[in-house]
Write a protein that binds this ligand. Structure first.
Ligand code: ATP
Ligand code: LTN
Length: 333
């Protein structure tokens, strides 16, 4: 009865490992905002994931709170959604330990993100970096999430989460809901402006647009964006990765289709196209930047949001985790 009545549940999170980017907005947060009315949503700031690579403690603390301000500024309503900081709910770590005992070494070895990150941080390949996807599975399964809105790069992790859940359910009895990834049609993989073969990432300041960049900064970055030696504004990922990426960004920012955008710029060169993309992004981010700045001045409000969020999340988490403890054979006390 309870299950029939409850709205479907969503869980997603972003690491406070750097400033939020246009990639994280278009790949994830934009969908979070769109889904908040139809679903019961839980949006997290995953600081425990962030420490899988070295972080400066003061910066991590600042960014975690800033990220909450930015979530709200993007349009997430703290009255409608549970918003909290992962380390405030220790049940995530506990379930992660348990699920790690139902995850194969081989499965984790195949994760693309682990392979990439261990190359980037060759001097610090920790057990935490390796078991990162188990903690992510714990995040999702702890709340019985039905849907996980993420960018395309996270699909493999959500699939592993399903495999772990399915295995656990098979060994014991149905315990975890199997989650589905929810990946946008437009903007699932925004590429770097400087190198359109690579994903736009927080750690590449020139190739990426930060949500907090000023209009001048945004225009400068788009002016320098790599295109090609043709002049036609046409979507062709193989041969024109730079222009295709700009078209994707333009469409995700304006809500236009690729056909509409191509028609709009037909016969016009990159000299018209690039500033138009920059303008669309400036207007998209302007209210987000202004609202974030306003919210950051009100630390007491932000604290009340993450404290209340953690309390609600703990209640839901504990209910599910107590079942898991019992199923695996821990003594109740
Ligand atoms: P890092 O560089 O620290 O690994 P990141 O920039 O890849 O971080 P995350 O915080 O890992 O960003 O990702 C947050 C969310 O945004 C995830 O759902 C991810 O799939 C999505 N995302 C990140 N970058 C992009 C991108 N370039 N295009 C589309 N979605 C993205
Ligand atoms: N690994 C994700 C962040 C993340 C996440 C989650 C996303 C951690 N836990 C649970 C969705 C659901 C990333 O974006 N790098």
């Amino acid at each position: 009865m309870e299950n029939q009545e409850r709205k479907k549940r969503i869980f997603s999170g972003i690491q406070p490992s750097g400033e939020l980017t246009l990639g994280s907005y278009m790949g994830a947060i934009k969908n979070w905002v769109n889904l908040q009315d139809a679903y019961e949503c839980i949006y997290c700031i995953v600081d425990m994931h962030a420490i899988t690579v070295r972080q400066d403690p003061a910066q991590l603390r600042r960014r975690s709170v800033e990220q909450l301000a930015q979530y709200i500024a993007c349009g997430l309503d703290p009255q409608k959604n549970i918003m909290f900081i992962q380390s405030h709910v220790p049940q995530h770590a506990e379930l992660s330990w348990i699920l790690g005992c139902y995850t194969q070494f081989g499965e984790l070895s195949r994760m693309t993100q682990f392979k990439q990150k261990s190359q980037q941080h060759a001097d610090n390949i920790t057990a935490g970096l390796f078991t990162y996807p188990v903690l992510m599975a714990a995040d999702i399964l702890l709340y019985q999430a039905d849907l996980v809105p993420v960018g395309a790069d996270q699909k493999q992790h959500v699939e592993l989460c399903r495999d772990i859940a399915q295995r656990f359910n098979g060994v014991y009895s149905p315990t975890f809901t199997l989650p589905e990834p929810f990946i946008p049609k437009m903007g699932a993989r925004i590429m770097s402006l400087g190198n359109p073969e690579n994903k736009m990432s927080k750690s590449d300041p020139d190739g990426c647009v930060y949500l907090m960049d000023s209009p001048e900064e945004i225009r400068r970055k788009f002016k320098r964006a790599v295109t090609d030696s043709e002049t036609a504004v046409r979507f062709d990922k193989e041969n024109k990765p730079g222009v295709s990426n700009l078209l994707t960004i333009y469409c995700a920012a304006t809500g236009k289709t690729l056909e509409e955008a191509e028609a709009e710029f037909a016969g016009q060169g990159y000299g018209v196209f690039k500033p138009a993309v920059a303008d669309a992004v400036v207007e998209l981010l302007r209210p987000i930047r202004e609202e974030s700045q306003r919210l950051m001045a009100d630390k007491a409000y932000l604290q009340s949001v993450y404290q209340e969020g953690a309390q609600k999340a703990q209640r839901l988490a504990e209910k599910n985790l107590s079942k898991v403890r019992r199923k695996v054979g821990f003594v109740a006390w």
